[in-house]
Ligand binder design. Structure first.
Ligand code: NDP
Length: 326
């Protein structure tokens, strides 16, 4: 059955589309412009070494913020993989700029699936919908049972948008139980971009590589490789036992200092910060916080998320974090 992938131009979605095509699935992707559609097609053709006609890969122009096109887009497909969601490096002044497209776009996608008779849905949420407790603990390894609290001071606009969008999806399938939903909650996604269109994950790497920051904050990251996250989305499709489940996609945790060390190994000629600064430096100066939203409440917190359930249920053998970062 043809698979519909929203946000097919995204860093993660391009890997999902590639793996689906490699498995022989017919793919229909949503994009925001014809230019992006052409770009994704060229990227896939290059990866597969094979021209792709409309019978194998087609596109629909859809925006999360706009009803236009959604009603017909999923007709004839059998599965929805919903990845599209705004993921900016810096937070907007108005948090609704993220929350509305994330939540309303998720509902548009689910309603479109429902009206097209598409009952199987895999959605990309995030560990940011898992980890932001109120108050934030100093040490914790979170599991799928944990939910971020949008009221927590740690829960920045992007985390709110992902938490509320995932909640909206679970609420929707409660009312429409014919829809079988699996949610994937990736950590910070690293690994090879499929082309030069990098996305926010890679912007973060570029920032650390840029050598502008003299020190790094004490920030713990949940690391995972983009190829594993794509594998999780695809694997869930053939595992009915994942219906109704959240699955965290995390290989391992790394402090940002270790992350910088890893990058230094891969790019020895770059000036990458070696030293970790005390948390007060970042609290007081707000360095990084202006560039990377809302890290202050997470400073120094030894908090991560566990990929154990995905290891058990999907048989994931995650690429080691060090390898994902390089
Ligand atoms: P990208 O920014 O590369 O992908 C985001 C995708 O969403 C793009 O295809 C983008 O389209 C699309 N999109 C954004 N806003 C809209 C809109 N208003 N209408 C239609 N499409 C829109 O990031 P990622 O690939 O990293 O993110 C994909 C998903 O994974 C997101 O749901 C993100 O929240 C989630 N995620 C990412 C993590 C990471 O570390 N990268 C970690 C955890 C979750 P366009 O190309 O036109 O901009």
């Amino acid at each position: 059955t043809p698979v519909f992938v929203t946000g097919a131009s995204g860093f993660i979605a391009r890997h999902i589309v590639l793996q689906l095509l490699q498995k022989g699935h017919v793919v229909r992707g949503s994009v925001r412009s014809e230019a992006k559609a052409a770009h994704v097609r060229t990227t896939m053709e290059k990866e597969l070494g094979d021209p792709l006609d409309e019978d194998r890969l087609s596109f629909a122009l859809l925006d999360l913020k706009d009803d236009a096109g959604w009603a017909d887009a999923l007709a004839g497909t059998g599965v929805l993989i919903h990845t599209a969601s705004p993921f900016p490096m810096t937070m907007p002044k108005d948090e609704d700029d993220l929350i509305r497209p994330a939540v309303d776009g998720t509902l548009r996608a689910l309603e479109a699936a429902q009206s097209a008779g598409v009952n199987r849905v895999v959605m990309t949420s995030s560990v940011v919908a898992v980890v932001y407790q109120n108050p934030m603990p100093d040490h914790a390894l979170m599991t799928e049972a944990n939910w971020s609290d949008p009221e927590s001071p740690a829960c920045h606009a992007y985390a709110k948008s992902k938490t509320l969008a995932e909640r909206a999806a679970w609420k929707y399938v409660k009312v429409h139980p014919e829809i079988e939903l699996t949610v994937i909650n990736p950590g910070f996604v690293m690994g090879p971009p499929l082309d030069d269109d990098f996305g926010t994950s890679m912007d973060f790497v570029k920032r650390v590589l840029g050598g502008k920051d003299p020190v790094v904050p004490r920030l713990k990251l949940d690391i995972v490789d983009v190829r594993d996250i794509a594998r999780m989305h695809v694997a869930a499709l053939s595992k009915p036992e994942t219906v109704g489940e959240r699955l965290i996609g995390v290989s391992d945790q790394m402090w940002l200092r270790q992350f910088a060390d890893c990058l230094r190994g891969a790019y020895p000629d770059r000036r990458i910060a070696r030293r970790e600064a005390p948390d007060w430096v970042f609290r007081a100066l707000g360095i990084f916080d202006k560039a990377i939203a809302g890290i202050v409440p997470a400073l120094g917190k030894d908090v991560g998320s566990s990929g154990s359930k995905a290891r058990a249920m999907l048989g994931m053998d995650f690429i080691p974090a060090e390898q994902a970062v390089q």
